[in-house]
Design a protein around this ligand. Structure first.
Ligand SMILES: [Zn+2]
Length: 133
């Protein structure tokens, strides 16, 4: 059975196979966010899994990199610090290298989700890389 779930992080609806139950945790295949199923009737709904911020963003970028086959370089720690700072100041993990704190810039940002890394070899701030080096 396939369920349609709207990701509250990237706002994309995706299909999830299996018999889902409330409190089950799924990973958004579009942005890597960890989601918790809240409702199954009449429709599946999910929210962001409650996690400490550092754990949340680390697991999200790890999951996203794994889904896309991307790697991190030595800037990872610095970008993560920037992301944590944005979370503290502006309430969400907006890209630390972008000026606008808008939903499209929540990490992984929209251009990154849409194939920028494949084209340019890395994302805007260099967190996600198509390959090592
Ligand atoms: Zn998502």
């Amino acid at each position: 059975m396939k369920h349609k779930i709207l990701c509250p992080v990237c706002q994309v609806a995706f299909l999830q196979e299996g018999h889902l139950k409330p409190q089950e945790v799924v990973i958004c295949p579009v942005c890597g966010a960890k989601l918790e199923v809240t409702e199954v009737e009449p429709e599946i709904s999910a929210r962001k899994l409650e996690q400490p911020p550092q754990e949340e963003i680390e697991q999200r970028i790890e999951a996203f990199a794994k889904l896309r086959g991307f790697v991190f370089n030595e800037d990872r720690g610095m970008v993560l610090e920037g992301l944590m700072e944005k979370k503290k100041q502006f309430g969400d993990f907006f890209c630390p290298c972008k000026f606008d704190n808008i939903p499209e810039n929540i990490c992984p940002c929209l251009e990154t989700r849409k194939g920028f890394v494949r084209k340019e070899g890395r994302c805007h701030c260099g967190l996600f890389n198509a390959s090592k080096g």
